[in-house]
Design a binder for this molecule. Structure first.
Ligand code: PLP
Length: 492
């Protein structure tokens, strides 16, 4: 943009570059740098602290006068690109973070290039998203009546699923009156392993976290169905209003799979909404082998899942399917004169996504998912998911063969928790040593597991949603964990 004095504007201003050839060169350079980053990522540390010089830049005030594209691209390449959290690295296994793909990167650039907003218009982006939703409906064996929407991730997908469930079970007046005057407090049931996004949904939907019953789990961290039945019955006796059951298709701590068929039966018998949080496991239905473990998921009234976790799509992209499209639309439709749908023209989009979620304007996240599924095909993506499970089983064998390590819980999917067992120190110091071990693994850029607590114990946690990981990366993790454990013990 030309910088003008505050005099009246008499010329045509624009944000387009004055010199397109410079922008073209810079854009090509940025693309080359990103391809180099991806091909070379194995040779970098998994993670590095942001250095002082870059932190200084990040403390600067917004400039009144622009710095120009040359400077800004150079700054991004020097100060931002080298210091991500490390999700793209083959030894990043923390939290539940997908790796990203080159095709996803290209698709995101194209979506930004045409500045598409998805779902509200009579255009190709809306049709791509609709096609993707159709693919997912078929993948999960949902009926024709299903509708869905691409979300920012599992959190919003859980919130939308539970919003529709709340409205469907409580009924229409809720939309106008809110929860005031409702007879009987609504209660939602799930396991004590549920992800915090379900607590958050309870807060945001006005249901309250006190009304989320976290039912106990068995020795494999699966919800106890008898305890669930008893909790529902006890609440009914107290005059409360059971509303929904949230099943887990892969818990965040250990990847445990609830008995989803059992939960579907209880929900049907009790007249409750059945929501499945499949943010971790659901999309692995692309593998016929893993799919068998997810049985019962196809009976959900709403299913939340993620593309940016176990489908490796670059951030961010999740999804929710709602079995009954009418109920889905009822929860989110609002009338607005400036949003009327004509039969022709740009706004001729009768099934706009603003009628299926909280957002009006939305980015075109569906494109990268669509492109990635088309590039590789679902079979190949399912094979990589199977590879992730096989790699975690290999890690389990390595841990069993190593006396200084202990696996902390069963590992039915792609998540494994384990601990270093100190050789010379008491058990009371095990947590502190494992904490320090995790910090050293991360801070030295060796590998990035994360942690959790199981039965009060601090454990290291590997979630393998990484298509770049090789089997030998886990051999290295085991060797380095033992080496660092001994190093810490020696230094105490
Ligand atoms: C089981 C589960 N549900 C929901 C979420 C939230 O998903 P997102 O981070 O995509 O919002 C997560 C994230 O880790 C998760 O593990």
């Amino acid at each position: 943009m030309r910088h003008t004095s505050p005099s009246p504007i008499t010329e045509n201003l624009t944000l387009d570059p004055q010199d397109w050839s410079t922008m073209r060169r810079l854009a090509h350079q940025a693309l080359d740098e990103m391809l180099d980053f991806q091909t070379d990522v194995r040779n970098r540390p998994v993670w590095r602290e942001v250095p002082e010089a870059s932190l200084d830049l990040m403390a600067q005030a917004a400039p009144r006068a622009g710095l120009g594209s040359e400077q800004v691209v150079a700054d991004m390449l020097q100060h931002v690109v080298p210091y991500p959290s490390g999700h793209a690295h083959p030894r990043f296994w923390g939290w539940v973070c997908g790796t990203g793909t080159p095709i996803g990167m290209v698709a995101d650039m194209l979506a930004a290039g045409v500045n598409a907003s998805s779902g509200a218009f009579n255009d190709a982006p809306s049709r791509i998203e609709a096609q993707l939703i159709g693919w997912m409906r078929d993948l999960f064996d949902f009926p024709e009546t299903t509708s869905g929407i691409v979300t920012s991730g599992g959190s919003v997908a859980n919130m939308i699923g539970l919003a529709v469930g709340r409205d469907a079970i409580i009924g229409e007046p809720l939309r106008q009156r809110g929860l005031t005057g409702l007879s009987g407090t609504p209660v939602v049931y799930t396991s004590d392993q549920v992800h915090s996004s379900v607590d958050k949904a309870m807060m945001l939907l006005g249901l309250g976290t006190d009304n989320l019953r976290k039912v106990g789990t068995d020795d494999q961290y699966r919800i106890d169905l008898d305890a669930l039945r008893a909790a529902i019955e006890a609440d009914r006796r107290r005059g409360l209003r059971p509303l929904a059951i949230v099943g887990n298709a892969g818990t965040v701590n250990t990847g445990a799979l609830d008995d989803l068929t059992g939960l579907a039966e209880i929900a049907r018998h009790e007249g409750l909404w059945f929501h499945v949080d499949g943010a971790i496991g659901a999309i692995a239905a692309m593998s016929p082998k893993i799919r068998k473990k997810l049985r019962g998921m196809e009976r959900a009234d709403s299913l939340a899942f993620d593309f940016h976790k176990w489908l490796y799509v670059p951030y961010e992209a999740g999804c929710v399917l709602i079995r009954n499209s009418k109920l889905h639309r009822q929860s989110f439709s609002v009338a607005a004169t400036y949003l009327e749908t004509p039969p022709r023209g740009i706004a001729a989009q009768p099934d706009s996504t603003y009628l299926r979620g909280p957002q009006l304007s939305r980015g075109f996240k569906a494109l990268k998912v669509w492109a990635q599924i088309r590039e590789y095909g679902m079979d190949a993506l399912g094979r990589i998911q199977e590879q992730n499970v096989a790699q975690v089983q290999y890690l389990s064998q390595l841990i069993q063969a190593e006396p200084r390590l202990e696996q902390s819980a069963p590992s039915p999917l792609n998540i494994l928790c384990f601990r270093y067992l100190p050789e010379h120190l008491g058990a009371d110091q095990t947590d502190a040593i494992n904490y320090e071990l995790l910090m050293r693994l991360q801070e030295r850029g060796i590998a990035a597991p994360s942690s959790t607590r199981l039965n009060g114990q601090f454990v290291l946690r590997v979630a393998n949603t990484n298509h770049r990981t090789r089997f030998e990366d886990f051999a290295l993790l085991v060797a380095e964990t033992v080496r660092l454990g001994r190093e810490i013990e020696a230094g105490l």
